[in-house]
Design a protein. Structure first.
Length: 131
């Protein structure tokens, strides 16, 4: 049986529309609240139609030296322009969310995005925590 990790794809968000981008400081103070924003389409727009869309994204934190990631936040995107008439619908939710986060030690922020056609995509960003 294939492992889930073997199906998760990664790429530079500047060249791949499916790779989530993490906007967060490279360094924060211990215990200080900061905002991390996860999104797609900064360099290349991702389609957002009933046939091809990002269904959800999640943000994780892996402490330095840790083996288990901690889920910090998750967002589901349910409106993709679908309608009962076949014409484009009146509402579209775009794949972007922010979370206010507080860390005690450095590690790595990790983001996952799920495209209904192209599966799971990941990105990561180290984050330093200073006293």
């Amino acid at each position: 049986m294939s492992e889930l990790s073997a199906t998760i794809q990664s790429a530079d968000w500047k060249s791949e529309k499916h790779a989530p981008m993490i906007d967060a400081p490279a360094e924060v103070r211990a215990g200080e609240v900061f905002t991390a924003t996860i999104h797609l389409g900064a360099a290349i727009a991702h389609p957002n139609t009933p046939q091809h869309h990002i269904a959800w994204m999640a943000l994780y934190y892996l402490p330095a030296g840790g083996r288990q990631a901690i889920e910090l936040a998750r967002a589901e995107f349910a409106a993709h322009g679908a309608s009962m008439t076949g014409a484009p619908g009146p509402a579209v939710s775009h794949p972007r969310f922010s979370a206010d986060v507080q860390l005690a030690e450095g590690g790595t922020l990790q983001a996952l995005a799920y495209c209904n056609l192209h599966g799971l995509w990941q990105s990561s960003q180290p984050i330093a925590v200073v006293p």
